[in-house]
Ligand binder design. Structure first.
Ligand code: GAL
Length: 495
């Protein structure tokens, strides 16, 4: 089927080039346009890049839509239609690259009205065809929903999808993640140069009107071959590339090549006027599990490696985060005891080392002993400190845990999984990495998660979702949104 799809796409590219010519003629005529030649690069909720195919670029309103046809379940693409008669024809099938047991359901929508739905499709099934009159529709959305629950193994194809239309060409509504100041969770997110950015397992720092985002650069894959990449933004939506601010080459040999540098975070120390980066440094197969520390005199670096350590009792240090309290107290929280137990440790006034003398319950604490949590994030609002963490299943998603406390050192009380709705048990296929207050919207926060792509880590995505906390509350919920903007938050119902 894959081979057939490629040849069909080649044919459609030709049709498409012809349709452009027809469109630019003085009197509009019926034309056809191959959706497969212009979507899917910006289709949302993709787990992988579309296949790169040859063919002309498609330009609508100054935007270039690259060619490509394959898309992963769950995904969708929305097309806005302008007047005239429209017929939408095509077929749908599961890609030969999907896992043997992959299955999905395809559907086509006009707003909230379902125009067509396929039966449950399995890999190897003959493509199912459709021919729909969509002349009354303003927008048409093609959706592919995974059915076997395994998002990572299912790829779906819209084959030979063609609009017969009269007048102006349809316009793709789904765009890159920062389209019109919207966040589009799970979309390919590009920096201001148009390059998909690499800031995985990352964290944000707000400093003098600018946000700084540091994270793992996985463009060369899993190991630490590139280093820590940083981006800056004034609006959280558009990000400038600040480059690799802690190159892998500047770290000791065991933490690069076969080693890793994961979950870097930065904080600012007012007393010393120094920016500190903490990260999880590890050797091949996560064998040494240490904290790494680097410093800089500017938020966008460059950062200089200082040392590595195991902060408490020589216990392992892996997934981590930093937290600076309103009183200036700094904390590092991390998966210790071989990931069985989280440790939170008060830092000294430099934020570069644990506060001494170390004393359990006073300068550091164990959290959820034996609970196997990772990806911890701490923040506070009003009198309550919140801790969000994942469980331990490597790059594969699991259910999140929320804890609350009245001091950073606890005691911390388990409050369940704050994610709600479909896929909430898998944290919408994400793992926590940072939470920030939504600027200008008191009570609103932004959850930042990584949607890891275990087969191709460099093609992992970012999922940011807003949520609201009633001041003093021990609970809140995080719901999925396909797109949202900071400006729209106060107009939306608070869950
Ligand atoms: C995850 C962890 C990641 C990375 C991965 C390796 O659970 O959060 O940062 O260490 O495991 O399998």
């Amino acid at each position: 089927m894959t081979r057939m799809r490629f040849s069909i796409t080649g044919v459609m590219c030709v049709c498409f080039a012809m349709s452009l010519r027809v469109c630019s003629a003085a009197s509009p005529k019926f034309s056809s346009l191959a959706l497969s030649t212009m979507h899917v690069k910006y289709g949302i909720q993709q787990w992988g890049e579309p296949h790169a195919l040859n063919g002309d670029n498609f330009v609508v309103a100054g935007q270039t839509f690259a060619t490509g046809v394959a898309t992963a379940a769950s995904s969708r693409v929305t097309v806005r239609l302008y007047g005239g008669a429209h017929v939408l024809t095509g077929s749908a099938a599961i890609d030969d690259h999907a896992a043997a047991n992959a299955s999905a359901v395809f559907s086509i929508w006009s707003g909230k009205t379902r125009l067509w739905t396929s039966a449950i499709m399995h890999r190897g099934d003959v493509p199912v065809s459709f021919s729909l009159n969509v002349s009354r529709a303003h927008e048409v959305t093609l959706k592919a929903d995974r059915h076997d629950g395994n998002a990572f193994n299912c790829r779906c194809d819209w084959l030979n999808t063609t609009f017969t239309y009269h007048g102006r060409p349809p316009f793709i509504v789904d765009h890159p993640a920062n389209w019109r100041n919207q966040f589009v969770p799970g979309a390919v997110w590009r920096d201001t140069n148009g390059v998909p950015f690499h800031a995985h397992g990352g964290g944000l720092l707000y400093y003098h009107g600018t946000w700084y985002w540091v994270g793992e650069d996985k463009s060369q894959g899993y190991n630490n071959t590139v280093g820590v990449h940083e981006y800056s933004s004034r609006d959280l939506v558009h990000w400038n590339d600040e480059g690799v601010v802690l190159p892998a080459a500047s770290l000791p040999e065991e933490f690069r090549s076969k080693g890793v540098c994961e979950r870097p975070k930065i904080v600012y120390n007012r007393l010393s006027n120094v920016f500190l980066m903490w990260m999880h440094l590890d050797a091949h197969r996560y064998a040494v599990a240490r904290a790494g520390i680097a410093t800089a005199t500017k938020p966008a670096g460059p950062y200089r490696y200082v040392t590595s350590m195991r902060p408490i009792n020589n216990s392992t240090f892996r997934d981590m985060n930093l937290f600076v309290d309103t009183d200036g107290g700094g904390y590092v929280i991390y998966a210790a005891e071989n990931n069985a137990t989280l440790y939170i440790v008060r830092l000294d006034s430099t934020y570069g080392a644990p506060r001494v003398p170390e004393m359990e319950g006073t300068t550091w604490a164990r959290i959820a002993a034996g609970g196997y949590h990772e990806a911890p994030v701490i923040w506070h609002y009003g009198p309550v400190y919140y801790l969000l963490a994942s469980h331990t299943s490597g790059w594969y998603p699991n259910a999140a845990s929320l804890f609350t406390a009245s001091t950073p050192l606890g005691p911390w009380t388990y409050r369940g999984n704050p994610f709600i709705g479909a896929d909430s048990e898998l944290t919408f296929y994400t793992q926590s990495t940072c939470v920030i207050p939504a600027p200008g919207h008191p009570g609103w926060f932004v959850y930042m998660g990584d949607r890891w792509n275990p087969q191709d880590l460099g093609n992992s995505r970012y999922v940011w979702l807003p949520f609201h906390i009633n001041k003093g509350s021990d609970s809140f919920s995080i719901a999925w949104r396909s797109h949202w903007s900071l400006g729209g938050l106060d107009k939306q119902l608070k869950p």
